[in-house]
Design a binder for this molecule. Structure first.
Ligand code: MTE
Ligand code: MOS
Length: 767
């Protein structure tokens, strides 16, 4: 089935926040934010801005009737800075005017004076100064300290990883208008309608039931609207409450890029120990996470880094320590993968380092250590239904990787200017929110008496196709034509207490809740059909809009059945609740069974580096991915392709640059390069691994949203392998691998192209 949004998207008819027709008298807001990264505010002159014609109000922390506090997990984030600013981009004032243009002009008239304070942007420096957002987190199994002496080889190294801008096509925004009796209607581009509702209630000093949050869809979220969409929603609600007027706020791209947090940059140190046959015996890692000025989702992201520290490998002795460091950058936040890519990149760097030192291909070490059935993840969960080796083997066989490696070697021997590299990237990703209580969802199903359905869930459609999947679930449950079903907007009045649509579990949680509701309705309808046909419930089946009795078609159709059920006063509405069973986790001990299941996959990357210019091309990516029993392969393959390209961008060209004053230099699309169509691998193959699915995945269809982003690091190591064909000494781990870095890495001591370094012959010895 096609994505139900595809036609609307390509014809431009799909509605986003900015398309909602505004009400008469709507006011427009812009945020005046801190122009410096860390300072004491000594003066704020709002007179000129206030007097600018068309300005209705200028609001600051003094206008907040409730609490000036929007922290999601830990209450450490102000809506408006008061005496001090902690990052460049922090909101200080809201300008509300008759038009956006007027608001922008007035914003320029605000005068601020400040005393600058010391600015820290580097997480290691922050840790040295004791600037931590939370106490350090440590997860471990066994004791690496005791193991080093038993390892034949031990290697150490450091790894740097930059952040990543979400660059959702639709920037952050919200629109609010007053309803009667002090109630508010809020349209928001958020992944977390309930977080917006809860925080508005706190800041405005009203209760949650006074606020209705509605979301039609997002023009992309990628995690960036899990927590950070809350501030604009609170700002419009605040202005709307005070002024009793509709208020709209949509960030410009430049404001969005400067004000909002990004994927966390990490600096890390590792130590890895191997046996003589390349088994990884021991691994120790310390992460310095650049959290920005406040926690946002950092505590949860830290946990996911720790959960994915060993990627797809079994290592008997592991210790991982994470320092979440407070710096003067916007609070960094969720981004597809949620801390896992950072942990996995360090693991892969450690393997790459060992491989380089030992003159063996990294793939040999990778393969030898892949997880097996019943291996213990170091956080205590037993690995079950492990498909990592299957994806690895299928990939190697189906895409003739051994032959490809030989072709690459021949190519490299014959070419001076171009060098090719191959790298494999296995991935293992746990599905469930790492905060156990968030693993719940609800759905509301109305069957109207004409036989059509209205389905509401807590899932947010952001391009990932969750609405199409919800529609498929309901159509399948009743065996009816999908055309009868409408997926409603996500609305906190229809479905309450929603978890964010995140952690890739939107389809699982909401789909399972939807199944609960549909199955309850189905039972009721079967009883009713049985009474109509003078039969018993167990003999009734619904197949393709027809009622079957003991396997035989009757002339009772879906429509007739529903009409009769309605006339006979049968309840045609049901509410379903689902909570993931099995999962538990003890954060103090760092042990438990946090994930419903894992998603597996392996990718192979072939890149070609131009050693004259430092530029490169991704020639081919082949992937074998574990979708389980996919509900919608078209959508799922689209998710893999999109996430892969986003992962390639993260690891190659997307380079966030801050100056020492904490100012984002790459704050527009002319200075921040994202992948375009030319960055897509020339050949991209995705093979679904045939598996039976998983009982906790919705209808066996495994979660797909984030895992394929984790293939991204593969491109980094493929480029590095190609570079080592020219400069075998190249050994740093510093993502993204921009062409500039490639060039510098190829010529560390002005080595000339005319005399390429002797490359060692490193044949791929796959077992
Ligand atoms: N795909 C598109 N097109 N747009 C998005 O914003 N977000 C990703 C992923 N795929 C995203 C996307 C992220 S970060 C997550 S967590 C999942 O979708 C969320 O949706 P799901 O739980 O329904 O998979
Ligand atoms: Mo996705 S980073 O969990 O929104």
């Amino acid at each position: 089935m096609k994505n139900i949004d595809s036609k609307g998207h390509v014809t431009g008819k799909s509605l986003y926040l900015d398309d909602i027709p505004v009400r008469q008298g709507t006011l427009h807001a812009v945020v005046f934010f801190s122009p410096v990264a860390h300072a004491k505010i000594t003066g704020l002159d709002l007179t000129a801005a206030k007097n600018y014609p068309g300005v209705i109000d200028i609001m600051t922390a003094h206008d907040i009737p409730g609490e000036n506090q929007i922290g999601g997990i830990i209450p450490d984030e102000l809506l408006f800075a008061e005496n001090e600013t902690d990052f460049l981009g922090q909101p200080i004032v809201l300008v509300v005017a008759e038009s956006e243009r007027i608001a922008r002009r007035a914003r320029q008239l605000i005068k601020i004076t400040f005393e600058e304070l010391e600015i820290v942007t580097d997480p290691r420096k922050a840790a040295e100064k004791g600037l931590l957002l939370t106490p350090p987190s440590i997860f471990s199994m066994g004791d690496p300290e005791k193991k080093w002496s038993r390892c034949k080889y031990v290697f150490e190294g450091s790894v740097e990883q930059a952040g990543q801008e979400h660059l959702y096509l639709e920037t952050q925004g919200a629109y609010c208008y007053p309803a009667e009796n002090g109630n508010l209607m809020v349209h928001s581009s958020t992944q977390s309608p309930t977080a917006a509702q809860r925080t508005i209630a706190k800041v405005l000093g009203i209760s949650m039931n006074q606020i209705q949050v509605d979301v039609v869809r997002l023009g992309g979220g990628f995690g960036g609207k899990e927590d950070q969409a809350t501030a604009p929603a609170v700002l419009v609600a605040l202005a709307s409450q005070k002024l009793e007027k509709p208020v709209k706020l949509v960030f410009s791209r430049s404001d969005d890029m400067q004000m909002t947090g990004k994927r966390h940059p990490y600096s890390s140190d590792f130590k890895i120990g191997l046996s003589s046959d390349f088994k990884i015996l021991s691994y120790e890692v310390t992460y310095y996470q650049n959290g920005g000025a406040s926690n946002d989702l950092s505590p949860a992201i830290s946990h996911r880094t720790l959960f994915h520290t060993t990627n797809s490998y079994f290592i008997p002795d592991v210790k991982a320590t994470l320092y979440s460091c407070k710096t003067n950058l916007p609070p960094n936040t969720a981004f597809r993968g949620f801390g896992a890519p950072q942990g996995m990149f360090v693991m892969e760097s450690a393997i790459a380092k060992a491989a380089m030192e030992l003159h063996v291909p990294a793939s040999l070490i990778q393969k030898r250590n892949l997880l097996k059935e019943n291996d213990l993840f170091y956080y205590g969960q037993k690995a079950r239904q492990v498909n990592i080796r299957k994806t690895w083997k299928t990939l190697c066989d189906e895409y003739r990787l051994q032959e490809k490696q030989k072709e690459i070697e021949t190519f490299n021997q014959r070419n001076k200017i171009y060098k090719k590299g191959l790298a494999l990237m296995p991935i293992t990703f746990g599905i469930s929110f790492t905060n156990i209580s968030m693993n719940q969802a609800r759905a509301l199903v109305h069957i109207y008496h004409d036989g059509s359905l209205g389905v509401s869930t807590g899932a947010i459609e952001m391009g990932q196709g969750v609405n199409t999947k919800m529609l498929q679930v309901a159509a399948h449950a009743f065996s009816i034509d999908p055309k009868r079903i409408k997926i409603e907007s996500t609305n906190t009045t229809r479905v309450s207490n929603t978890s964010p649509t995140a952690a890739s579990s939107g389809a699982d949680l909401n789909g399972n809740a939807l199944l609960v509701a549909c199955n309850a309705l189905l039972l009721r309808l079967k009883s009713f059909a049985a009474s109509m046909l003078g039969a018993t419930k167990k003999d009734i089946e619904f197949i393709k809009e027809k009622v079957y009795l003991k396997g035989k078609e009757t002339d009772l159709t879906w429509e007739k059945l529903i009409q009769q059920a309605f006339l006979n006063r049968v309840n045609l509405t049901e509410h379903g609740h689902y909570a993931t069973p099995v999962i538990h986790f003890d954060v103090e001990k760092g042990k438990g069974h946090p994930f419903a299941y894992h998603v597996y996959g392996t990718a192979a990357f072939v890149v070609k580096v131009d050693v004259l210019r430092g530029i490169y091309e991704v020639e081919e990516v082949d992937i074998v991915h574990d979708f389980g029993d996919s509900l919608n392969q078209t959508i799922d393959i689209g998710q893999v392709e999109g996430a892969l390209v986003q992962g390639i961008g993260y690891m190659t060209m997307e380079e966030l640059r801050y100056n020492n004053e904490g100012k984002l230099l790459s704050n527009s699309l002319s200075t921040y390069k994202v992948p375009d169509i030319y960055a897509v691998p020339k050949v991209l193959n995705v093979t679904p691994l045939k598996t039976t699915g998983h009982s906790l995945a919705v209808m066996g269809s495994k979660a797909v949203g984030e895992p394929p982003l984790l293939y991204g690091p593969g491109v980094y190591f493929a480029i590095q392998n190609a570079m080592r064909e020219f400069n075998p000494q190249y050994a740093s781990f510093d993502a993204p691998m921009t062409p500039e870095k490639v060039l510098m890495g190829l010529y560390p001591q002005n080595k000339s192209v005319a005399e390429p370094a002797k490359t060692e012959k490193r044949l791929l010895k796959t077992e």
